[in-house]
Design a protein around this ligand. Structure first.
Ligand SMILES: Nc1nc2c(ncn2[C@@H]2O[C@H](COP(=O)(O)OP(=O)(O)OP(=O)(O)O)[C@@H](O)[C@H]2O)c(=O)[nH]1
Ligand SMILES: [Mg+2]
Length: 156
């Protein structure tokens, strides 16, 4: 089965061009508990290993302690985390993109709260984040935003 899946998915694999955009913004979005925040920690380390500078955006303004969880990943990787008291994910991520532009950071990894694709109001929030980022960031440079969902996640 694993071999079949690899055969199926391999032709779809595309390298992520992070050099074309400064910063390259990668937003992780998906169902609750899918591993978004953990992946941000791993990706931060991965990109740092490639000599890239990284900044984290605490866009999960919903779940208790989500910000602190991301802060911990930031501390482990010695990476700045942009966070706010406000509950507006778009505002936090907008701030992070602006900070990254000012500091000439290569990659922004933006965390978001877990959501199901059937939760229309939460899906609208993701659209808003993209719209707001486009203000700080020309639309044609948003190719690097990465919308990530997993289907095997569960709501906790
Ligand atoms: N075994 C294993 N556990 C993982 C992996 N990634 C994440 N986890 C665990 O899965 C749980 C949820 O991970 P998070 O990174 O917090 O998931 P999330 O999508 O950010 O969750 P929410 O923010 O609550 O939606 C944690 O207990 C992680 O340690 C993985 O690759 N392997
Ligand atoms: Mg999370």
């Amino acid at each position: 089965m694993a071999r079949d899946l690899i055969k199926l998915l391999k032709p779809l694999a595309q390298p992520l061009e992070t050099d074309l955009h400064n910063p390259c913004v990668i937003m992780l979005a998906g169902v609750n508990g899918a591993g978004k925040t953990t992946s941000i920690g791993k990706l931060a380390k991965y990109f740092q290993g490639q000599g890239k500078s990284v900044l984290l955006a605490a866009g999960d303004t919903f779940r208790a302690a989500a910000r602190e969880q991301l802060m911990e990943w930031g501390a482990r990787n010695n990476v700045t985390v942009i966070a706010q008291q406000s509950g507006d994910a778009a505002a936090v991520i907008f701030d992070a993109v602006q900070a990254a532009q000012a500091r000439k950071i290569d990659i922004v990894l933006a965390d978001t709260a877990g959501r199901l694709s059937t939760q229309i109001h939460l899906m609208e929030e993701i659209k808003k984040v993209k719209r707001v980022i486009a203000k700080a960031y020309p639309v044609h440079r948003m190719k690097c935003c990465w919308y990530w969902t997993q289907t095997q996640g569960r709501t906790r």
